[in-house]
Design a protein around this ligand. Structure first.
Ligand code: AMP
Ligand code: MN
Ligand code: MN
Ligand code: MN
Length: 278
């Protein structure tokens, strides 16, 4: 079964409208699809109606920005009721941190001789409450400062770089609670991207488990193939259900919708909660 439970639209830092992501997922053969925009559920209603029109099963999702041990961790919520007012208000609060950060990023870039980054990044963002580093990256590429996204994060925007601005996002326990209160399940996104020590990873997985977190992404566009096996072992060891998602943002990304390999053996697919006959 072709399942893709992690993707982005223009409602956050993707390049396609929610309905266009639905159409592309369908064209690529996806049968069960989740839209998971950063800190925002505003695209889900349109995505859902288009997915259903196309005969694709839709799982409403969100990717919440969390700060844990001073690092950013992303928690995906799946199967959420996106009309839940508490969830909507909590995410709105998370988004309010972005504008002050954008101003600081732009100031840091100006100090390096790159002017107009706030205006430039904002102009590339469809959602004024969701200007992300991806939009700054696209601006820097457009202006000829870098040739691709990876280079921008290595030179300017990644942790430890001159225009990196530390953030306090939501707390882990809050993100899990908001997802649960909206009837969803919580999933650790792309664990292979986090720069934690083995002890810190163990603490993250145990803490998440104790908070009632259900799942972990095993196969994701952010993992190298050898990491599929590594996080399959983690899922088995900690008793997490396994998720699969491209983390599609648009054609600039590494992985297209619906192109991921199947889960390694011996895992419980998280989508068996919503899909019959898995
Ligand atoms: P933000 O939430 O504004 O901090 O932006 C985070 C987004 O930047 C992620 O969701 C990715 O889309 C993108 N991103 C972060 N790190 C990298 C990287 N090393 N290479 C490419 N994109 C990245
Ligand atoms: Mn993103
Ligand atoms: Mn992420
Ligand atoms: Mn993502």
């Amino acid at each position: 079964m072709n399942v893709d439970l992690h993707s982005h639209s223009t409602v956050s830092d993707g390049l396609l409208l929610p309905v266009e992501v639905a159409q592309r997922a369908h064209r690529n053969g996806v049968q069960v699809w989740a839209l998971t925009d950063h800190d925002e559920v505003g695209g889900l209603a349109q995505a859902q109606s288009e997915a259903e029109r196309l005969g694709m099963q839709f799982i409403p999702g969100v990717e919440i920005s969390v700060t844990w041990l001073n690092k950013t961790v992303h928690i995906v919520g799946l199967g959420i009721n996106y009309q839940c007012p508490e969830l909507q208000e909590a995410l709105r609060q998370v988004r309010t941190g972005r504008m002050p950060r954008s101003e600081k990023i732009a100031q840091a870039l100006a100090n390096m001789g790159i002017e107009g980054a706030l205006e430039g990044a904002s102009a590339l963002a469809s959602n004024p409450e969701l200007v992300s580093r991806t939009h700054f990256a696209r601006f820097l590429i457009e202006q000829g400062h870098c040739s691709d996204i990876q280079e921008v994060f290595n030179k300017y925007l990644g942790e430890g770089c001159p225009a990196y601005v530390p953030m306090q996002w939501a707390r882990l326990e809050e993100a899990v609670r908001w997802i649960h209160e909206a009837g969803g399940v919580a999933v650790i996104a792309h664990p292979g991207r986090y720069r934690f020590t083995p002890l810190q990873f163990d603490l993250l997985f145990n803490t998440f488990k104790e908070l009632g977190g259900e799942g972990i992404e095993v196969v994701t566009g952010s993992h190298e193939p050898h990491q599929y096996q590594e996080y399959a072992r983690v899922a088995r060891q900690y008793g997490f259900e396994a998720s699969v998602g491209s983390d599609f943002h648009g054609i600039e990304g590494r992985m297209d919708l619906g192109e991921l390999p199947p889960l390694p053996a011996g895992l419980t697919p998280i989508w068996q909660r919503w899909v019959e006959g898995v």
